[in-house]
Ligand binder design. Sequence first.
Ligand code: TRP
Length: 355
Amino acid sequence: MAESSKPKEQVVTPWTAQAGEGEQKIDYDRLIVQFGSNRIDESLLQRIEAVTKKPAHHFLRRKVFFSHRDVPDILTAYEQNKPFFLYTGRGPSSESMHLGHLIPFLFTKYLQDVFDVPLVIQMTDDEKFMWKDLQLEEAHRLAYENAKDIIACGFDVNKTFIFSNLDYMSCCPAFYRNVLRIQKCVTCNQAKGIFGFQDTDCIGKMAFPAVQAAPSFSSTFPDIFGDNKDIRCLIPCAIDQDPYFRMTRDVAPRLGFPKPALLHSTFFPALQGPQSKMSASDPTSSIFLTDTPSQIKNKINKYAFSGGRDTKEEHEKYGGNTEVDVSYQYLTFFMEDDERLAEIKQVRLEGTAQY
Ligand code: TRP
């Protein structure tokens, strides 16, 4: 096959998520192999339920969170009454967040509830300034706008710290010190290999990953953890953020800090189908938290990929495909009732409804 006619491979980076050419959805099993992470299997699910003494969140049961690094170590530490903390974040690039942005935060809320641990939330206004066509003050404003949506998830007010990088970097010496320590451990070649930076990229991009890495270490937050430099960290995030934390885990032992553990989620599918993720930069792919019920209904009716067959006859003969049916996929994220979901799945599979 000529080089140019080869099907394009799937691409998953912090900036792009696109299924391979001719593939209907992103292949997450392939990502586990490619990234070298671990599948969340039945035995880990059972262990989480045993340790938390609660049923596992439906995101775990339904494999929305499907991959991890070192989660058993966190569970063991918890059983031994050793402390750990949660860390997640958001790059504030749009006025309002969309449904996909909510997934890690809803899951983090569950984790904070069952483990009763501190949580830090990084708003990367500095990152969005560097990557997007945004003024600094505008990126900072969006961080505060998005923080309101995040706060609405209902985190424990006494155990949660939300910060804008622009603000916190200028008032917390410990943060910048850790950023510098991390920057010294990573060469340009390594950063290019991990993130695909080009020589034409501005140098700010190359420096940023250390800023996203630093909150994985408890010594970045002396106001919360005092002198304690070795409190473990668990990071719930979408799988596309893994490159940042592969880098973090690589440098941690050299700095004398524990490696952060991770829980990885799949992407929230675009309205157009699970070949790509919901993206704020394409409003026709997204349902925003500010959309009204009637706007949402219109978007679903107008854009949502149904997984239907090409003709009515074929659809009635072969039925639907719930793997790619966006309306059904959205229900797997938001409908907690397993029985009702199974009923809807059956109807969609039989292809007798809504085509
Ligand atoms: N880079 C992430 C984004 O663009 C934001 C982020 C910062 C983050 N720290 C994180 C996400 C930790 C998950 C976990 O959205």
